[in-house]
Design a protein around this ligand. Structure first.
Ligand SMILES: [Zn+2]
Ligand SMILES: [Zn+2]
Length: 399
């Protein structure tokens, strides 16, 4: 795939990272800095005695390759008191998007000026630009709730945390104007996952309404639905694709390898694409992956529902991170607030959808439970001609 994307030439795509090798090198770097920074132990609010401080400053100076004198100078400059503003300084509450940029002949500033003006004049352009920022729609409450309030002295075992964004799915190529409006890469879910977790834990948390589609009309007897009638159980085949490998989900009996056709197709075009490998997602951990940050990968299920997946960060786990592996994958994207409301009462979220309803002007029509029963049935008998299936609003899908 790297040849197709020209990954080496893209500024937003990293080099290939072997996650386990990253963990080993990051742990090595941490071990080297430990004596100077005490990064694996809890930061203490208590004031150390002078001798202790001297020793730590000397260790830091030796690590940083500077003299003890410079080390002491840096320690004094970096005291929390030095970082405070003087009294009387007023907070700068100017909007950074309308801040005046000095009129000097620097090309970077001229480009910045044009960008700021464009954002100020065009709210849609500004919104699309903001959406690509790293912290757009981050659920800070989820992040803070997951933080350790009681910091342990040390933590085990060492592990990495990956930030993975799952994009809104499409089952067709988007039109040119849709891509221009930024619909191709619209974040649908974002998770923090641990390196020691299997890929299948991520697959189980990806929300998608197509897993809850029902391919039969139940208007005659809405009570007849069984939980196993939905697509999720009828068509459980799916795979995740990272770098050069299809990680197939074979946990369910009915599962088939959806990547087989793609791999066969790629074999016939071996000069343009591939080679690809295949592995079991339930037996592969995130720490086993080789991947590029910033490169779009794929989660495919229900035959043609494609979700692009982007790994945007890999970092060493810290003492402040929740040490409980069961807390991951941790959802850190704000939930959607837009929902499909009931056509009848315009108040409750839709739970049913009818097709070809001859007593209604629009098709399809969405109903809440109460309106669906009261409008379409009399004494339990169906009124008129229509087809009905349950509807799962995406705000109801938990991540
Ligand atoms: Zn989907
Ligand atoms: Zn209603």
């Amino acid at each position: 795939m790297d040849r197709v994307f020209r990954s080496e030439e893209q500024p937003f795509i990293s080099e290939v990272i072997a996650v386990d090798e990253f963990l080993a090198s990051a742990m090595h770097a941490r071990t080297r800095t430990q004596p100077a920074c005490s990064s694996s132990t809890a930061p203490s609010a208590e004031v150390d005695d002078d001798e202790d401080v001297d020793e730590r400053v000397q260790q830091f100076a030796a690590f940083a390759g500077v003299s003890d004198e410079v080390g002491h100078e840096l320690a004094a400059l970096c005291l929390p008191e030095s970082l405070k503003c003087n009294d009387g300084i007023e907070a700068d509450d100017r909007d950074p998007f309308v801040t005046q940029i000095p009129d000097v002949p620097l090309v970077t500033l001229q480009i910045r000026k044009q960008e700021v003006q464009k954002r100020a004049q065009n709210p849609t352009y500004k919104a699309v630009g903001m959406r690509t920022l790293k912290y757009d729609r981050v659920d800070y409450k989820a992040l803070n709730d997951n933080r350790n309030t009681v910091i342990p002295k040390a933590y085990t075992p060492p592990d990495v945390i990956l930030t993975i964004t799952v994009m809104k799915p499409y089952n067709r190529p988007l039109d040119h104007h849709e891509v221009r409006l930024g619909r191709l890469l619209k974040a649908d879910a974002r998770f923090l996952v641990r390196g020691q977790q299997e890929l299948s834990v991520l697959r189980d948390r990806i929300p998608c309404a197509s897993d809850y589609a029902l391919h039969k009309d139940v208007s005659e007897n809405p009570q007849s639905i069984h939980p196993t009638d939905f697509s999720r159980d009828l068509h459980p085949s799916n795979f995740l694709f990272f770098h050069d490998t299809f990680y197939v989900d074979s946990r369910k009996e009915k599962s088939t390898d959806l990547s087989e056709g793609v791999r066969e197709w790629a074999r016939r075009r071996s000069k343009e694409i591939g080679p690809f490998r295949v592995a079991d997602m339930a037996r592969t951990r995130f720490s086993d992956l080789r991947l590029r940050m910033g490169q779009p990968y794929l989660y495919l299920h229900q035959g043609s529902c494609e979700h692009l997946i982007v790994v945007s960060d890999i970092r060493l786990m810290d003492v402040e991170d929740n040490q409980d592996v069961s807390a991951y994958p941790l959802s850190i994207l704000q939930k959607y607030k837009k929902r499909t409301a009931c056509y009848g009462c315009k108040m409750y979220t839709a739970k049913w959808v009818t097709y070809g309803n001859e007593r209604l002007p629009c098709d399809p029509t969405f109903f809440c439970e109460e309106c669906f029963r009261s409008f379409n049935y009399a004494s339990g008998e169906k009124i008129g001609s229509f087809k009905a299936v349950p509807f799962f609003d995406r705000t109801a899908l938990s991540t």
